[in-house]
Design a protein around this ligand. Sequence first.
Ligand SMILES: [Zn+2]
Length: 396
Amino acid sequence: MNSMVMILYRILQKKNASQIPRILANAIDFLETHYDDYAQDPVFLKDIHEIGAVISTIVQPGINVELASRLLPLMRANHIPIRMASHITAVGAAFNFVSSTINHSCDPNIFLFFEGNQIRVRSLKKIEAGEELTRCYTPEHLCIVRRQPWLKHGDFFDCWCRRCAEEDKEIRALAESGGTTLGEFTRAQVSLDILLNNTRSAAATPNIYPPGFSDCNYVEQTLVELATEPMRIGEWPGHIDPMPSVRLTLGGLMVGQGQVSRGTQYALRGKLVCRRRSGPSWVNEMIELTMHSLAAYSVQDSDSPEFADPRVPTTRDADILLCGYLYRVRSEAVKWFGVGTDFYTRVQDLFNATTEGRNLVHRLDSAEFEKEFTVAQEKFLKWAGIPAEFGIRLRS
Ligand SMILES: [Zn+2]
């Protein structure tokens, strides 16, 4: 919300100074505000009126309270989240008339990313002449149980695209076979989302959230309870399994609290055990996995008794896996973002900094390194209880 208030402030400031371009002024009248939908939520309505009053009286004297509070839902409904290289969560929000008019699809054909202060648009698949451009309003990897409430409460529509129809069929079959209902799945899902959000926030800003959410044992226990009884997660097909992002977050939390081995196992399972093997957000998630968990694993004390067990991957194995994953991530970054973009440059810098400090015997593009990488990855997968089919190939 903070970044949206900042955008609103800037728009009002320009509007006051009559610097607002005509196209943007028209857009504000043209775009969907969902004001009436938001009005159903008294808390949100109260919030936007209070923020509107603050902007009108303190920040921008002379602005109509009603205008400020009406523009806020417009920002909320039409903003584009700003995601940068190596950041999974949005670092801010932008408002752009053209991008705001692009419709949603859960199986989109384009994605947007930021290059300096520009929004870049790139295709995700072949687009035929005359075909509508669509982007996904939710993080694409979310399963239907998480996408639908997001679209319903954030964008006020029910999506019935082909992907939603297929996943809806699968989830109903899953509920019926276990004698549960979709409602139970949804409630457990909401609990999972709250757990995940609070865990992320507690890790970023300790002392504000209830202490339990920064305690990885509490988070793990709650996760296991939710995953077994209401969700019966072991029975879900991989592509609609809602757990990967939760496992990845929990893994990061554990690593941050010094439980490097268990945290790395969770993070590896969270990232690798899913059907999505490529794509722009895959790049960022892989960077999180490698730079947080594997990097911490690789700098542990190699004389520690834990490494006496030959089944436990060594810190050297972690070096190899880390460099191999970044090698693949770099080629994915070229594919999705293009050489010469800020995004690619950041990934390249990360790659150089990481690989240079690790005395690799072979060049990363050699057959010898590929063999070393395959052996190291097999060891990690076995140790983390991940089926071999989920391994990542060095080359796409
Ligand atoms: Zn859909």
